[in-house]
Design a protein around this ligand. Structure first.
Ligand code: PLP
Length: 439
């Protein structure tokens, strides 16, 4: 027997990290469905508001159920602390606002999730925070050229939504650090089971827990995780929010008072206090159920997606398939370097044109048309007909979305049934076209 203490594997962390019940306590995490918490003396309550004691007082700031799940996600990512938010959008907003204020600038890859693209490109500029989008495949010199003296962070996605392009995490961490800013990465599509970005130099991770972490299409949610590695105090003038006194807490300095926990403590005690985007304890409970089987599910998602991608790649009706697991995929080597499997989302373009695409989607029986990805149900979305329908083909291409692109999310059904469904829908789309040509 090896006497050295064994580091638990990711599957064990999925099942057991975070919540450690004591004698006679519930085995599953309790749902603390309470807005508030009681104290014995006025002084006890006062100390909480001065951040001198830690404790629960109001669920908008912290709740024990949420904290169990946040602690689990922090462990899964190998970070020092995490917080849950009401959505993935709120997680990305908080990640930016915890660092930037009016007059600041940030750099982001342009191939990110549409909601995040709007948040960074439309809403943050209204708040006085400017953004420069860069191509994830640009050279280090080109990306560096986007940095300005007031640039405060670099942002990207591990595996982009919808394009499933693998980011070169080490390259991005290197660029961010050479400019003295943290690298924030949205790890939604990979999950910490497939990739732990802190191991490759990322500083802060965000999640839409709505996707694989929940995994059943039950609850919208998000998470913000800090590695504790970025040295804010090496750049005190750049990060006054973390390194200068906070007048709303009697001049407390987060980095001095909380060390490696400064980032998440500030996000909780300042942003959550003022912007109130807490996840409900009930949703945190659902999220936790999802996390407990994440490692088993994501393995199956990945395995089935590989089979479907290989099937599509060889189908005569298919013009192209984008899936990082395919050997010919331009991001295959990077994906192999950073991920242990290739996740369950792919993009596909058919040869038949827009009407054929629509007949194909309408003929699917098991795969459903949904504005969602990354849960147990297989689903499909055609951005040009659905989420991005206001755009012309030219505008779509400018946004990096091919007009024929369909995003296919492979669920947990039997892969043979998923393939059969695609097969019959392609055949049906042909039948309909022959019928309309005859008439
Ligand atoms: C869905 C998604 C988001 C937004 O999350 P919500 O939970 O829908 O607010 C952010 N980033 C990525 C990569 C996503 O897929």
């Amino acid at each position: 027997m090896d006497k050295k203490k064994r580091t638990p594997g990711i599957g064990t962390l999925c099942v057991q990290a975070g919540y450690k019940p004591g004698k006679g306590e519930p085995r599953q995490i309790p749902i603390i469905q309470s807005t508030t918490f009681k104290y014995e003396t006025s002084d006890q309550m006062g100390r909480l508001f001065d951040l001198e004691d830690s404790g629960y007082f109001y669920t908008r700031l912290q709740n024990p159920t949420n904290d169990h799940v946040a602690a689990q996600i922090a462990e899964l990512e190998g970070g020092v602390a995490a917080m849950l938010t009401s959505s993935g959008q709120a997680a990305n907003l908080f990640a930016c606002l915890n660092i930037c204020s009016a007059g600041d600038h940030l750099v982001s890859t342009g191939n990110i999730y549409g909601g995040t693209f709007n948040l960074l490109g439309t809403t943050l500029p209204k708040m006085g925070i400017e953004v420069t989008f860069i191509s994830p495949d640009a050279s280090e010199e080109e990306i560096s050229a986007a940095f300005k003296p007031n640039t405060k962070l670099l942002f990207g996605e591990t595996l982009s939504n919808p394009g499933v392009e693998m980011l070169d995490i080490e390259k991005f961490a290197r660029i961010a650090h050479s400019h003295g800013v943290p690298f924030i990465i949205d790890n939604t599509f990979a999950t910490p089971v497939l990739c732990r970005p802190f191991e490759f130099g990322a500083d802060i991770v965000t999640h839409s827990t709505t996707k694989y972490m929940d995994g059943h299409g039950v609850a919208v949610g998000g998470a913000l995780v800090d590695s504790g590695n970025f040295d804010w105090e090496a750049h005190t003038e750049k990060y006054p929010g973390l390194c200068a006194p906070d007048p709303s807490y009697h001049g407390l300095i987060y980095t001095k008072a909380f060390g490696k926990l400064a980032f998440i403590t500030k996000a909780t005690s300042q942003l959550m206090r003022d912007l109130g985007s807490i996840q409900s304890p009930q949703n945190a409970f659902y999220l936790h159920l999802g996390l407990q089987s994440l490692h088993v599910r994501i393995a199956r998602h990945s395995e089935s997606a590989m089979k479907v991608a290989e099937y599509l790649e060889n189908h005569p009706d298919v013009a192209w398939v984008k899936y990082p697991g395919l050997k010919n995929d331009p991001h295959h080597e990077l994906a192999k370097k950073y991920m242990s499997a290739f996740s369950g989302v792919m993009c596909v373009g058919l040869k038949g044109g827009r009407d054929f695409d629509n007949r194909f989607m309408d003929s699917l029986k098991l795969i459903t048309i949904e504005t969602h990805v990354a849960d147990c149900h297989s689903c499909i979305l055609h951005p040009a007909s659905h989420t991005h329908r206001q755009l012309t083909d030219e505008q779509l291409r400018a946004a990096g979305i091919a007009p024929d692109l369909m995003r296919l999310s492979i669920g947990l059904e039997d892969p043979e049934d998923i393939i059969y469904d695609i097969e019959q829908a392609l055949a049906a789309a042909h039948c309909h076209s022959e019928r309309s040509e005859e008439s």
